[in-house]
Design a protein around this ligand. Structure first.
Ligand code: FBP
Length: 547
């Protein structure tokens, strides 16, 4: 593989570890734990893995460990640093016993079920240290939730002599890791399962998991490009840039990028829902900012839009729910209608409230809402071009205001969607160190016989040497939620807290940012140089840790 000069230099970077992981490790047990909610139900569902204590690692005597083979799976969307979790895990198990072997299952959880795997040897691991992507073994979205999958997995684990499995994934994959841990414990199969918190979305976090890995690098990558757009925008002074950002339901990415780049506007889905805002309220909010800037001679600006916005607008949520139900029954009848009559057909079959909302939508978006459905019959909201929907509606509103004699200046829009651009970026120093430490922590948890735990590394705004490593029982993060019509135990998703420090900092500054041109240009991630340039965690983490 030909490598760039930066890749070669970066390969030599030795990620930092917390002091407690540098030599022998002592495992300190805390008090028994409880799930965040629905304790009785969760306890009943996880009799073998419920209530376990929190674990904290401290420096201890070096021990000898019996040899063990270990498996690893990358699950779900890519996130920068996955390769470092695997290299930390590899170095950890080799340090405990050089005879230990690491096997990677290919293309996600499906690899375990289909028995597709490879041994990860030192030369392979060395190729991938400090690189972005999940390509060392690939990732996939197969859900591990059925007993026959668990049994198929057991067959191959037994065959390879694997005693412990690490699942690197988001909230759903870690929920499934816990279900698997419980199943293998109940069956006495002697296989431990450990989870690792991954997702650029930043929505797998709680008291014990300060952030999921990948969020730092992804946000810094998007912020670099948003900053570049802001500078372009401030140079040409003729466009409003509407930028949609990945993140699924939660708006953490949009919020962090706003804190880093100070755009004119950033929408936060959680606030839209809490304030019961309509699409028109949002459009009016943006249009007012456009008109106010135009009055100062500034016919340009930047708007950040979280990917999941549509689902958080209460009226749209209701409309989508009714459309899902209606089309589940009438899809064929609808498809047989002439294209130019389909809109009328839908309007005539919806309740008055939803028909009005539907009728107010631009043609293209209205069509997307009725056509693009996933295998479960749901609208694929991520495919809805919210950035275009909003700019089109803002344009119309401004034209109407102009017709009424109001000064609105000139409005010309550009559109962007940033998601895939950041998910495989080479990890920042923060993610390189954090991921390596998470992988190493997983190795210590396994060597000490733990199962049903998630690797936890905390105190992340301090230098890496002072980070606190340990394990958190996955059941501790669970509650019961309705999924596909059934109540299921799942890890509670962390949405943006409107009373949290990051949102409050943003809310206190946003009116100024809307009016003035207060852009910040963060520039590219730096790997070599002064620590204040290279090693800063996200603004979200810094604000959350401020007392
Ligand atoms: P995970 O939740 O699996 O980490 O995935 C995150 C994400 O990047 C979301 O932000 C985005 O909505 C989704 O994956 C896109 O999925 P896909 O990669 O299947 O297109």
């Amino acid at each position: 593989m030909t490598k760039s000069a930066l890749q070669i230099a970066r390969a030599a970077y030795q990620p930092k570890l917390p002091n407690a992981l540098k030599g022998g490790v002592k495992v300190m047990e805390g008090n028994p734990t409880q799930s965040v909610a629905d304790q009785e139900e969760i306890k009943k569902l996880f009799p073998n893995t419920y209530g376990m204590p929190l674990l904290k690692f401290e420096t201890g005597e070096a021990k000898e460990y019996a040899p063990m083979n270990v498996g690893v799976i990358l699950s779900g969307g890519q996130a920068p640093g996955g390769h470092n979790v695997i290299s930390g895990l590899f170095d950890g198990i080799k340090k405990m016993n050089p005879a230990n072997k690491l096997y990677g299952f290919i293309l996600g959880p499906g690899g375990l079920v289909d028995h597709k795997y490879m041994e990860l040897t030192a030369d392979i691991i060395d190729e991938y240290r400090n690189t972005g992507g999940f390509d060392i073994i690939g990732s996939g979205r197969t859900k591990l939730e059925k007993e026959d999958q668990f049994e198929k997995g057991y067959e191959i684990l037994k065959e390879l002599g694997i005693k412990a499995l690490v699942i690197i994934g988001g909230d759903d994959s870690n929920t499934n890791a816990c279900v698997l841990a419980e199943y293998y414990a109940a069956k006495n199969y002697g296989i431990q399962v450990i989870g690792c918190p991954k997702t650029i979305d930043g929505d797998l976090k709680n008291e014990m998991i300060e952030t999921s890995f990948g969020f730092d690098t992804a946000c810094k990558t998007y912020s670099e490009v948003i900053g570049n757009i802001e500078r372009d925008c401030n140079s040409a002074r003729k466009y409003w840039h509407f930028i949609k950002l990945m993140g699924r339901s939660a708006s953490h990415i949009a919020l962090e990028c706003a804190l880093q780049t100070q755009p004119n506007i950033c929408l936060i889905s959680e606030e839209v829902e809490a304030k019961n805002m309509s699409l028109d309220d949002i459009v009016t909010y943006i249009a007012n900012a456009v008109a106010a800037r135009a009055a100062e001679g500034n016919n340009f600006g930047t708007v950040l839009i979280p990917e999941g916005l549509i689902e958080f607008i209460p009226a749209m949520k209701k409309l989508i729910a009714e459309l899902n139900d209606f089309l589940a029954v009438h899809a064929e009848e609808y498809a047989a209608i002439e294209p130019n009559k389909q809109r009328e057909y839908i309007i005539s079959h919806l309740s008055k409230e939803n028909a009005d909302v539907y009728a107010s939508l631009p043609e293209g978006v209205a069509r997307q809402l009725t056509l693009d459905r996933d295998p479960h019959g749901n609208v694929q909201v991520s495919l809805i071009e919210t950035e275009k929907l909003l700019s089109e509606m803002v344009g119309k509103k401004l034209a109407a205001w102009k017709a009424e004699g109001k000064y609105v200046g000139k409005f010309s829009a550009q559109h962007h969607f940033f998601g895939y651009e950041g998910r495989c970026a080479a990890p920042s120093n923060f993610d390189a160190d954090y991921c390596y430490s998470l992988g190493y922590t997983a190795a210590v948890l396994m060597a000490n016989g733990k199962t049903g735990y998630m690797s936890s590394v905390r105190n992340l705004t301090a230098p890496a040497e002072e980070w606190v490593a340990g394990g958190v029982p996955i059941t501790m993060m669970m509650n019961m939620e309705r999924r596909h019509g059934e109540m299921k135990p799942v890890i509670q998703k962390a949405l943006v807290k409107l009373d949290g420090a990051p949102f409050k900092a943003f809310a206190a500054a946003r009116d100024t940012w809307a009016k003035e041109t207060a852009y910040v240009y963060p520039g590219p991630i730096q790997y070599f140089g002064p620590t204040e340039v290279c090693d800063q965690p996200t603004k979200t983490l810094q604000l959350e840790h401020q007392k």
